[in-house]
Design a protein around this ligand. Structure first.
Ligand code: DGL
Length: 261
């Protein structure tokens, strides 16, 4: 079984990519809904949550863990690998490399949570993969909560997103990196605002390809999905159709469960 987790709904965008790439794999998704958003918390807290959740997933029989959260990857993927050396741990990081490599204007922007935006890891990714490319980093406080409350095209959000995106486009950015897995669900709204002036960069499919490489016998299961949440499991399940993921719900054999992690 492959275990996937995030602070809340965002990692479902990565889960969907994994489910498409590995249709027969058994998948287990845990949303830490009692503690969302991670992006406005400190690293030690996020690390504690990531370790506790990984422990839970390993205990349920997961032999591959996917940290489907940029914020938790930055804060905790190294600690998870250290604590569970027998289990491969895949993380997700903002797609600086593909964005910089494909930017004709040599100008990209990154939308991320405040924690990811201020991280040394993001600065390192930019140093390693965006030499000679201008990179504008935009912290987007509150955006993950917009997704959690399913306000994907709420007029207040559209106005806020326009205020953030327009200056980036006006300055010439032609690639906009979705540096938080929640933001994948904002892509239709963002693309309407961008109106062809730039491309969004999301690396969920690259994470899924990495899972294909590491899955081994985990690729061959019954294609089942189990959902868990640390609070309000019914809201996690109820969000699937709004997020365009009702096809994932059909893999579930029982309702989403609450877990104390
Ligand atoms: N989905 C997460 C990420 O990719 C975190 C969002 C949050 O909880 O603030 O960064």
């Amino acid at each position: 079984m492959i275990g996937v987790f995030d602070s809340g709904l965002g990692g479902l965008s990565v889960l969907a990519a994994i489910a498409r790439a590995l249709p027969a794999a058994d998948l287990c998704y845990l949303a830490d809904s009692a503690n969302v958003p991670y992006g406005e918390r400190d690293d030690a807290f996020i690390r504690g949550r990531a370790l506790a959740i990984s422990q839970y997933l390993v205990g349920r029989g997961c032999s591959l863990i996917v940290v489907a959260c940029n914020t938790a990857t930055v804060a905790a993927v190294a600690a998870c690998r250290e604590h569970f050396p027998e289990v491969p741990v895949v993380g997700i990081e903002p797609g600086i490399k593909p964005a910089a490599a494909s930017s004709a204007r040599r100008h990209i922007a990154v939308l991320a949570t405040p924690a990811t935006a201020r991280s040394e890891r993001l600065a390192q990714l930019i140093e390693d993969h965006a030499t000679g490319v201008r990179v504008d980093v935009e912290p987007c406080p509150g955006w993950a909560t917009r997704v959690e409350t399913l306000q994907l095209d709420h007029p207040d959000f559209v106005a806020e997103a326009r205020a953030r995106i327009e200056p980036l486009l006006a300055a010439g950015a032609d690639r906009i990196v979705l540096g938080c897995t929640h933001y994948a669900f904002l892509a239709p709204t963002l693309n309407t605002l961008i109106d062809g002036r730039a491309e969004l960069v999301d690396v969920a499919d690259a994470v899924a390809r990495q899972c294909v490489r590491l899955a081994g016998s985990e690729a061959q299961g019954d294609g089942r999905l189990e959902l868990f949440a640390s609070a309000h499991p019914e809201q996690l399940q109820a969000a699937l159709p709004t997020l365009g993921l009702d096809w994932l719900a059909r893999r579930m054999s029982r309702p989403a469960q609450e877990v104390r992690v």
